[in-house]
Design a protein around this ligand. Structure first.
Ligand code: M6R
Length: 601
């Protein structure tokens, strides 16, 4: 949801800014721009379109400067035009800003600034920021004070980096949107996310809300908004820069699907020792007081949470998965025996953070299940468990879904034992340990590509499942619609006959999921669709011969514990969506209108 980068050093900044923007492109790709300074004036180059368009625009310009800022945009205020592209300057060009987030009070600020003689050239909320800073400068404040005073006036969420004419300094701050400081030998970076600069440095400081970073070639200062010094740990990121490259693949999504045997192994490694669940800083007995679990999450993470809730039910634990965009404004009652689990790959999704904050204000305990160490969710929840899937760049979440479900399966076992709800199920732990090799078998299967081709001209794709198959059906449909732009919906198999069956025609493809539990019921639902002319692709255990005989096509997965079969089935669905999107020549890693990390409500 917009990516920002800043680079401060002694040599020319343009190349590293462009590398950073390319690495952040998954956060938005409506427009892009950079601004650089040599310590005197500021030069800006920006354009609508993707980073490639900016690269072409730069060829016609000679931008040089050792200090710079850059932005890749996911539009919120104003369409993706050149004028709305960041960086934005004040009306004199002395102050230049990149921003990720939303300034809620921008209209009031714009009216006030216009009354003071400032003119505006874009429709964005951001443009008030450089003008506010410039107004402070005009009133005689120092650049630092003008920056701080301007930020004090903002309401909303923001990560901001600013250049001010006449110095080689970047002024930056955040509130509700991520911002990381990267510390190289002679070069420093600020960015929305670590992959932006990971090939230049792995030493980072995760800035917290209201931290102000003032970064110069010779060093940096960190203070609170009121100027009081703050001390933040420098951490070394464990991710490797190669993890954030395509490594010969044509799409990140395909690379990330293929990585799942490894990423899932990392997720469970060291966590299933001797038939018990080890969760680092959360020792056995830690959840003894938990009476109910409430998951909050969005999109793919919500589907993982829905899957998790079903696993908790199987262990006798009360659990509900609620859309974070709903929970944040309509929470359910919580008490000191409630455990609220925020499931979020990025740890930065605004709706999920909103829900987490609502829960933090109650007596409930909160836990983040996330992929990103240092993310806002990890810092704001009482505890965090990391899914350890490695960086995921494709907008379509794939390997992180598998790893989220893996962690939730471990948590279900642990909480069952801690609360005496159930003695735990050793078969589930054994299956988890074996899953990487089964995942490999599914990833290697060529059958999905053939089916994507055979059924490419259908009018609609309906995904149906029951039990843990239902969230997987929802996830399969989300992935399919997200990257193919074709009509796809996920239903609980038993619900088909309560309405959606009216949509089924001979040109509908029903993708029916069989986990090995209650499959006979799903077969009835499949028959209802088949008798209306739909083609049915079944996906389920290789041992289910009765199911294979009842569908038009069958994709098999190794026969594993039914509670975990959904992870394997989902990988076929990821591949189905991927191949279907490839056949339609879609922008698989950057689907239209979407962004990887949605940091606005
Ligand atoms: O970072 P999060 O897991 O919180 O993101 C939540 C959703 O925005 C995300 O899962 C989205 O639905 C995916 N792009 C779908 O593939």
């Amino acid at each position: 949801m917009c990516g920002i980068i800043a680079r401060v050093g002694y040599t020319d900044a343009v190349n590293e800014l462009m590398v950073g923007l390319k690495n952040l492109e998954y956060r938005g790709y409506d427009s892009a721009g950079i601004a650089v300074t040599d310590g005197t004036q500021i030069d800006v180059c920006k354009t609508h379109g993707e980073i490639g368009a900016l690269r072409s625009a730069l060829k016609a310009r000679s931008l040089t400067g050792a200090v710079g800022i850059g932005h890749t945009r996911w539009s919120t205020h104003g369409p993706p035009t050149d004028a709305n592209a960041h960086p934005h300057t004040d009306d004199t060009g002395r102050v230049c800003v990149v921003h990720n987030g939303i300034i809620n009070n921008h209209e009031a600020l714009r009216t006030e600034l216009q009354a003071g003689g400032h003119t505006f050239t874009s429709e964005t909320d951001t443009e008030v920021v450089p003008n506010l800073i410039a107004a402070g400068l005009r009133e005689g404040r120092s650049p630092e004070d003008a920056f701080r005073d301007a930020i004090e006036r903002l309401e909303g969420s923001y990560a901001i980096a600013a250049l001010i004419e006449g110095s080689n300094t970047v002024y930056a701050t955040r509130n509700g949107s991520p911002l990381v400081l990267g510390l190289g030998e002679e070069t420093s970076f600020l960015a929305s996310d670590v992959p932006a600069f990971l090939e230049f440095t792995d030493r980072v400081i995760y800035l917290q809300d209201d931290d102000v970073a003032i970064v110069r070639p010779e060093g940096f200062e960190l203070t609170a908004l009121d100027g009081t010094p703050v001390d933040r740990d420098i951490r070394t990121v464990e991710w490797d820069a190669n993890d954030t490259s395509k490594a010969g693949y044509s799409h990140f999504m395909r690379k990330e699907i293929d990585e799942q045997p490894t990423s899932f192994r990392q997720t469970i490694e060291g966590r299933t020792a001797d038939g018990t669940v080890e969760l680092e800083s959360l020792p056995p007995g830690e959840f003894a007081d938990t009476r109910e679990v409430v998951f909050v999450a969005c999109g793919t993470s919500l589907h993982a949470a829905m899957y998790g809730a079903r696993l908790f039910h199987r262990r006798g634990i009360r659990a509900t998965a609620i859309r974070a965009s709903e929970f944040a404004h309509d929470p359910v009652p919580l008490d000191d025996r409630s455990l609220v689990i925020a499931v979020t790959q990025s740890g930065e999704t605004a709706d999920t953070l909103g829900s987490l904050r609502v829960a933090n204000e109650t007596d409930a305990r909160t836990l983040a299940v996330t992929n990103v160490v240092g993310s806002t969710a990890a810092r704001e929840a009482d505890d965090a468990i990391f899914i350890r899937a490695g960086p995921e760049i494709g907008v379509a979440a794939t390997k992180t879904f598998s790893s989220q479900v893996g962690v939730l399966a471990l948590l279900a076992e642990r909480i069952a034992v801690d609360t005496d709800a159930d003695p735990g199920n050793p078969a589930v732990l054994e299956t988890l340990a074996q899953l990487p090799e089964h995942i490999q078998a599914v990833v290697d299967s060529p059958a999905t590509a053939q089916l994507a081709e055979r059924y490419r001209h259908a009018d609609a794709y309906f995904f149906v499942g029951r039990g843990v198959g239902y969230p997987v059906a929802c996830e399969g449909a989300l992935k399919f619609k997200e990257i193919t732009y074709d009509h796809a919906e996920g239903f609980a198999a038993g619900e088909l006959k309560h309405g959606p069956l009216a949509l089924v025609t001979p040109n509908t493809v029903v993708i029916a999921l069989f986990t090995g539990r209650n499959d006979h019921l799903t077969l009835h639902n499949v028959e209802e669709a088949r008798s209306r002319g739909a083609s049915v692709i079944g996906i389920g255990p290789e041992s289910s011969t009765d199911v294979q005989a009842a569908v038009d096509e069958y994709l098999s997965v190794p026969s594993v514990h039914p509670e975990l079969a959904g992870i394997l089935i989902n990988i076929h669905l990821q591949l189905l969506a991927y191949h279907a999107a490839n056949l339609r020549n879609r922008a698989i890693d950057k689907p239209r209108n979407l962004a990887k990390s949605v940091t606005v409500e």
